[in-house]
Design a protein around this ligand. Sequence first.
Ligand code: XUL
Length: 520
Amino acid sequence: MTLFLGLDASTQSLTGIVIDVDRNAVVCEHAINFGARLPQFQSPHGFLPHTDPRVRHADPLMWVAALELLLTELRTKVDLSRIAGVSGAGQQHGSVYLSDAIPAWSRATPLVEQVRPLLSRKTAPIWMDSSTSVECAELTQAVGGRTRMLELTGSLATERFTGPQIKKLAKDDPAIWARTKEVQLVSSFMASLLAGKSAAIDFGDGAGMNLLELQRGTWNHALLEATAPELRSRLRAPVASTTIVGPIADYFVSTHGFSPGTPIVTFTGDNPSSLIGMGAASPGVAVVSLGTSDTLFAAMPSLVTDASGSGNVFGNPAGGFMALQCFANGSLAREAVRDRAGLDWAGFARAIVERTKPGNDGNMLLPYFVPEISPHLGKPAVRWFGSADFVAGRDGAAAARAVVEAQASSMRLHARWIGHTPTRVLVTGGGARNPGILRVFADVFQAEILPIAVSNSSALGGALRAANVVAKRSFEELGAAFAVPDLSRRSVPQESAKPIYDALGAALEERIAALIAEQL
Ligand code: XUL
């Protein structure tokens, strides 16, 4: 029995997956939902309420408390002393501000109490924050324009990215910036907690900061200078995702029963980690993840960037690069429409499969309940077009289809820059369990949709990466063993839907263009 632990610190929960690479089996999976299990942090959806919808911060102590709770509960299910290595992932872009490097933890005091005095800033802006448009414009100008920013970092200056967030802090609150001696991403922060020392940021997640020079794998001097004073001294040099941070901290040996010396492998972003967890480390297949954010991503045969704006390039933990397109209105938009329609998830699926048809009789929704990343929309915009009943909220079945048709069609439109039309799409995330959602994605993409039976591909990716580094198992072998498509839930496209969705895509593109113009 050779066990590895993978963690995923995502927006709404912290998940741990333990795998046995001798039996190619998932031994157990356990999650702590922040809203439900840690109500004292007053973050029902994983972030703190704020009057400005563009501001989204979380309390880093909530992630620390979740780690303690997760390990406390996990050790009742698995003998943690048998874990041969740990790695994991964090929601991308979120940043933690520390007044000092992470120390070797004392065994005597709860971790939350040891981290509390280290936070130079009480809250961490997360990927849902879109409050940095001014800083994005300033950074773009400082570096010599949009094209240069794209060439250097693989993305335009992007509101949720860490560089613009750091810039905003340094401008708005120079006293906090002066107190800050180290900036961590959520991923490197979680690895630092486990190792009891500051971990470096990896190329995968580091690419989501507008600071990393992709081709060279180093922080870009001009961008560091333009972002905040003395930023270089507050960031460790970025490393490959295969780097070992160090042995697990004694704290976790005495408190949770890990073996001394258990290696902690560098953490990465949740999307790069999912690429590994989905068995998609090599180019040729696209992955759609349907979670709080919906994402579409794929390993890239060669580096291309999205001149039109909202696409991103991150590091592939297996080497090379990955393309990613992120949509902020994912599961929360589906939930809002489901609730408005008075349906449960089974009813939502039936509404799509049995009660409506491709094209939705012309009913269409623009489902931007929160500011959107793709397309770039600074303000929420929910618009219903079609029959009087649909517009007035009296046709719940059409509403269910409309939200998924809009999401899938927008994903198809926004993924054109990646340059290859997938015939096979692997899906993961909570939404992948819903047959109605899978049906629409198959028809819109005109591709075979294959759900992967593992529910958290990002945590699994962490466990596979630990196994790759420590047990020297290849990603191909691990992917084939652990990322097995669930053929019984596969969805194949109906050819008759193709012209309908070609037309819907064109109509949606027009409506989106009008919305963007309206918000200018
Ligand atoms: C990717 C992004 C989101 C978060 C979600 O750029 O912002 O997918 O990583 O956790």
